[in-house]
Design a protein around this ligand. Structure first.
Ligand SMILES: Cc1cc2nc3c(=O)[nH]c(=O)nc-3n(C[C@H](O)[C@H](O)[C@H](O)COP(=O)(O)OP(=O)(O)OC[C@H]3O[C@@H](n4cnc5c(N)ncnc54)[C@H](O)[C@@H]3O)c2cc1C
Length: 382
């Protein structure tokens, strides 16, 4: 058993760490404040090959693995979560469904631009009326000749409305099975298709430099060939995508949790109270020790889930545990880091304020904490 990274993974971690420090950190606070999408940062991430990390070279990818993506997400989120979620959603929710389930033509058409970061894709599962209960999907798609006609709406879709968004994949009811249950399928809808409307961006509490929109489909017609994979496989497809995605979100949460440790050590060694640095007080030291403990333990949990996934083993429970523990650790660490910063922690100019605002969504997106507990309990036979 060896938890050390190999040379390639270590080099990747180091280069993303430097990128986050030198390219992301100087500009992200302003994007966050103004709620603007950091196109220039995304372009540079594309040049570094980050959007292609887990994809094969034949599509322009780096030929790495899903664990490499997780390492990159951890290092980005250690500095900023808007940029990290943009990469996570672009790969794990945007390009991955096409890579895993698409036809040869769909892969050839879409993957090279998504893998290079020149274009982004969104994943439209959640609806205004159905989130955790995604099987309840109300969006419908009816085959009319050689076109799907889509009607419905999707809520909170990441990367769906940037200037470089090329498509969204949309889950829709395509029929009713003999047992009365819904037949769900996934359909590719290119940006700009008539009848596909992207609402203005939400005003969010956190992830303020990331892109999130409500989408509506009003008699939106796309070719029948835009069906992703097999008809009726939509449910199984999104379960697979979410299982994997949870490992990536866990890595992102570990990055935020570790960023809170970094900022707290920095502040506690500088800030003086009662004649000495606050880091000399055991009450502060113990907070930071507990924060490091949570970040470390959560990291081991996502390493384990990723290792199982890469070994082709069942990883559902481990991914849910990693996502649950890492997101709750991120929230705890952000709260404690803010406390250590006192009043300054409540000021947006300090990174910990951003960490605090960005942490809460980690307990909600890609399956809430309650949903993770349901998955774990079910896997235990309950
Ligand atoms: C910024 C942001 C980005 C997002 N990006 C995307 C995206 O790109 N694509 C996408 O498809 N979705 C996206 N989402 C949606 C996200 O995945 C959902 O918000 C999440 O799954 C929860 O769904 P919901 O909001 O409908 O809450 P609900 O499902 O309505 O849940 C409300 C509450 O009830 C609880 N609950 C529900 N069912 C049960 C139960 N059986 N037992 C106990 N408690 C229960 C939940 O845990 C939660 O606490 C995004 C959301 C946000 C905020």
């Amino acid at each position: 058993m060896d938890f050390r990274l190999n040379e390639e993974h270590e080099a990747l971690r180091q280069s993303v760490r430097e990128f986050a420090r030198d390219v992301v950190a100087p500009v992200i606070a302003e994007h966050y404040e103004r709620h603007t999408f950091p196109y220039d940062v995304v372009r540079q991430m594309g040049k570094m090959g980050l959007f292609g990390l887990p994809f094969p070279e034949e599509y322009g990818g780096m030929g790495g693995d899903y664990f490499a993506l997780c390492l990159a997400l951890e290092e980005l989120a250690r500095v900023d979560s808007s940029v990290a979620i943009t990469l996570e959603a672009a790969i794990s929710l945007g390009a991955m469904p096409i890579y895993r389930f698409g036809t040869a033509e769909q892969k050839e058409r879409w993957l090279p631009k998504l893998v290079s970061g020149e274009a982004l894709a969104g994943f439209g599962l959640t609806e205004p009326g159905f989130g955790s209960d995604a099987g309840g999907t109300a969006t419908r798609a009816v085959l009319d000749g050689d076109e799907w006609v889509i009607n419905g709406s999707k809520a909170f879709i990441t990367n769906s409305g940037t200037d470089i968004t090329a498509l969204v994949t949309v889950t829709a009811v395509t029929g009713i099975r003999p047992d009365g249950s819904k037949e769900l399928s996934t359909i590719i809808v290119p940006s700009g298709t008539p009848g596909f409307t992207v609402a203005p961006g939400y005003s969010k509490v956190g992830w303020c430099a990331s892109d999130t929109h409500e989408l509506t489909f009003d008699d939106c017609r796309v070719p029948a060939a835009n069906l992703l994979g097999e008809r009726g496989r939509g449910f199984a497809q999104f379960l697979r995508i979410l299982d994997e995605g949870r490992i990536a979100i866990a890595a992102l949460a570990v990055g935020l949790a570790q960023g809170c440790v970094d900022e707290s050590i920095r502040y506690a060694t500088q800030r003086q109270a009662f004649g000495q640095p606050i880091g000399n007080y055991q009450a502060i030291q113990f907070k930071i020790a507990d924060m490091e403990l949570r970040a470390h333990t959560a990291r081991l949990a996502y390493y384990d889930a990723a290792a199982r996934m890469l070994a082709g083993e069942d990883f559902k429970r481990q991914a849910a545990m990693a996502k649950l523990y890492a997101s709750e650790s991120a929230v705890d660490n952000a709260r404690e880091a803010t406390q250590i910063h006192g009043g300054y922690g409540f000021m947006n100019e300090f990174p910990v304020a951003r960490f605090w605002r960005d942490s809460k969504i980690l307990e909600i997106g890609e399956g809430t904490s309650e949903v993770q507990r349901m998955i774990i309990a079910r896997d235990l036979g309950l």
